[in-house]
Design a protein around this ligand. Structure first.
Ligand code: SF4
Length: 293
């Protein structure tokens, strides 16, 4: 719970504030960019919300914050913001909110599909989220893009009996029990509409998930930069091999893979005008990656 005593001095005066426990994960800035701004290693409230919708978005950021670093000076009811998650992004794809500190606030997604619902990466196993997922039919598959974003995977497995999927190269002590291990670098069809594509680079066992040839869940492989207005990969957060990550990115340019959406764990999401437009943007990203080798 945020503490007024630890309120950062750069917050705008008013009800909402960020305290010193902020880890600068970007979640609040993605949810309510008109309220939260990046400071020096943390977020702060740049502008207090001045509308019911602005307050609702700020409260959703409060709920989603992995470290409970956002608070309100006055008693403020957050029940509507809690109930807003999972929040629809497009069609049957939603953002889970309730991010986890152990995955540095990485975003998780919920896909409601006739063949069984899918969770992409693990959010925090918060009671309201577990109940909301249960009401919507539970989780059949928990796809883990890589070792960093597994968070509360065991709690979701226990609650829903979902099959967890992770590449064998990213298995660690806490994930030895996952039900399905991917192997090698070839794509694996998990279902007619779900394709797991190994993308080593950020980690050795990183993989992305292609859904309905429209949505690509990219973990920490690929994201949209709001500042640069383009697709990017994170050179400073490449833990395994930048050259491998470039090769993985090049494989995504293959015409077999069509998608309009990039939905990452960290960084911005992006929808291109068409799969062809997305491929052009991806090609620009690959060119840039080769330049910063
Ligand atoms: S969501 Fe929380 S931890 Fe992340 S940047 Fe905002 S205040 Fe900081």
């Amino acid at each position: 719970m945020a503490s007024l005593a630890a309120r950062l001095p750069d917050n705008a005066p008013g009800n909402f504030y960020v305290d010193r426990t902020c880890i600068d994960c970007d979640t609040c800035r993605r949810i309510a960019p008109e309220v939260f701004e990046q400071g020096d290693g943390h977020s702060y409230v740049r502008t207090q919300p001045d509308s019911p919708e602005g307050s609702r978005r700020a409260l959703m950021a409060l709920v989603a914050c992995p470290t409970a670093s956002i608070g309100t000076a006055q008693r403020t009811n957050a029940s509507e913001a809690v109930a807003a998650f999972p929040e629809t992004i497009d069609e049957d794809v939603s953002f889970c909110g309730f991010t986890s500190e152990s995955s540095f606030g990485a975003w998780s997604y919920f896909v409601e599909r006739p063949g069984g619902h899918v969770l992409v990466d693990s959010p925090r196993a918060a009671g309201p989220l577990l109940s909301a997922l249960e009401e919507r039919g539970g989780v059949r598959t928990l796809f883990l893009t890589h070792r960093d974003d597994v968070a509360d995977h065991a709690a979701f497995h226990w609650r829903f009996g979902c099959e967890r999927v992770l590449h064998e190269r990213d298995i660690a002590a806490g994930t030895r029990e996952v039900e399905r291990r991917l192997a090698g670098d070839d794509p694996v069809a998990l279902a007619d509409d779900l394709l797991a594509i190994p993308t080593p680079g950020h980690t050795r066992g990183h993989a992305v998930l292609l859904y309905r040839e429209k949505y690509l869940f990219t973990g920490d492989h690929l994201a949209w930069s709001r500042r640069r207005n383009r697709l990017v990969a994170f050179r400073d957060a490449c833990w395994y091999s930048w050259d491998e990550q470039i090769r993985s990115m090049e494989r995504l340019l293959d015409s077999r893979y069509r998608f309009e959406w990039v939905l990452p764990g960290h960084g911005g999401r992006h929808r291109a005008a068409s799969p062809e437009a997305m491929r052009d943007e991806l090609a620009r990203c690959v060119d840039e990656m080769r330049r910063v080798r």
